[in-house]
Design a protein around this ligand. Structure first.
Ligand SMILES: [Zn+2]
Length: 232
């Protein structure tokens, strides 16, 4: 079990050795986390991060590194953007071995991304996949620019723009076009992942996987859920 905020608080004052011993006892039991518990763990971690109150997990790197040499058991998979302002483990207050992270500009899907998600489900039994967009996303901004101003992007950057473009076009005309496009991009990617056959669809049908879409807000540090299995 990952250290919860309350258990982290209870460790305060025991000193480094006591804290590390507690961390050792709590390592590597992510095996039976339900989809709902996995989502709650991410949300709790994010609230601790946003409130700047729970850096406790970060003290245990050396201990965790030693325990994770032979295997990993991340409890959730997160597909996020490459944006340097949204480092996934940090914004969820998670540590080594906790999250299977896939990052690509615009948090878009391609076969490699879906394959990575499938690998996490099959190999680690991840019970939650979160698609995480964020405010002021440069990739979505470029796609909005391409749609509104008919700009073209250089080289393979265009392939990222092309992946996001339909999600911009669906909300074209909205006053808050960038924010609407960011949300629509998360909704579209989440819906597509939910339908990815056969591994994702089978795991969802058996109730051992949830796919959720969310957005990280740069100004507050808060992750808010938008759509998906535990949200709709
Ligand atoms: Zn971005």
């Amino acid at each position: 079990m990952h250290l919860t905020h309350s258990s982290a608080q209870s460790l305060q004052g025991r000193g480094t050795l006591g804290r590390m011993a507690a961390v050792e006892r709590n390592i590597n039991v992510h095996r039976t986390v339900s989809p709902a518990d996995a989502l709650q763990r991410l949300i709790d971690g994010n609230r601790s991060y946003a409130a700047d109150v729970a850096p406790e997990a970060m003290h245990a790197h050396a201990v965790k590194r030693r325990h994770l040499i032979a295997e990993q058991r991340p409890f959730a998979t997160v597909l996020g953007c490459s944006d340097s302002r949204v480092p996934i483990e940090i914004v969820f207050n998670q540590s080594l071995g906790d999250l299977f992270v896939i990052r690509v500009a615009g948090n878009i899907l391609n076969d490699h991304v879906v394959g990575s998600v499938e690998y996490a489900i099959e190999t680690f039994g991840c019970s939650l996949v979160m698609v995480l967009g964020h405010s002021n996303c440069g990739a979505v901004t470029a796609a909005v620019d391409a749609v509104v101003n008919r700009r073209t992007a250089a080289s393979r950057i265009a392939t990222i723009i092309d992946a996001i473009r339909p999600n911009v076009e669906r909300v074209q005309g909205r006053d808050d076009l960038l924010e609407a496009a960011i949300e629509e991009n998360v909704r579209s990617v989440t819906a597509a992942l939910q339908q990815a056959q056969p591994i994702v669809t089978a795991a969802r049908a058996e109730g051992r996987l949830a796919v959720v879409g969310a957005e990280y807000h740069l100004s507050t540090g808060i992750v808010s859920t938008l759509c998906g299995d535990l949200v709709d």
